[in-house]
Design a protein around this ligand. Sequence first.
Ligand SMILES: [Zn+2]
Length: 271
Amino acid sequence: MKHKRQKNAKRLVKFYAHNFGITAPYNVLVDGTFAKQALINKINIQEQLPKYLEGEVKLHTTTCGLYECEQMGSLFYGPLKVLRQYKELKCSHQPMNPVDCLFKQLKKGRPNTAQALAGTGFKGRRMNFFIATHDPTLSRKARTLAGVPLLFIANNAICLEKPTDKSKARAKKLLNEKLLPSHEREKLKEGSADEEEPKKKKKKIKGPNPLSCKKKKKTPALHGVQHSEISDGAKKRARKRRRRGKDEADLPDEEKQRLMKLVLEEAWGGS
Ligand SMILES: [Zn+2]
């Protein structure tokens, strides 16, 4: 049983390492509910977790996580003592529900496409967190993010949940991208996390911009080739004007005067 559990963990850890660049030392975000469950099951997280994940582990919690335990008083005195031993990620926001606070941290720490492709994990302060919780709401929210390993306690032992369909789908996409020729991959690395964005970019580069600009300049000059209503209208107007000019020019002076009279009479007579 124990052997099987360990073997499973190894496979899952490999999955996250391979697909999301999450490697040791593993950063684990622990909340009060997980610490409490560990105490109930007499599990020493700091001792057990590195053995289970087969790698160095760094345990973290947040100001909001600690604050909630403090507020619960004697009920969460044990978990508070446990969490105080971990590295506190100082919250710059107003105290909030630890579920929202920890979820915020998870979102911040997710690898983007470029980092996952390069298998380098994170730069600077970004961390690829595991989440260790027994809160159903936080678990559910964590599952909505691809590439976030979820730890829980069952049968008196720490367990790593199987990757969600979302994580698997993302891993598959990343794998397909890895199989692309290197120049295509470079393009993706330059782009950001979302898969849709590079596509949009491609369209922009290939697309209408340069060509359409040229066309617009050329078409008015190329009269008569492929013409729209506007240029037809322009032609008609031009023809009319020309004809009128020609007619008037061809008439003898007497006739011109006669016509002028008629026009004037018509104009004055009407009023
Ligand atoms: Zn917080």
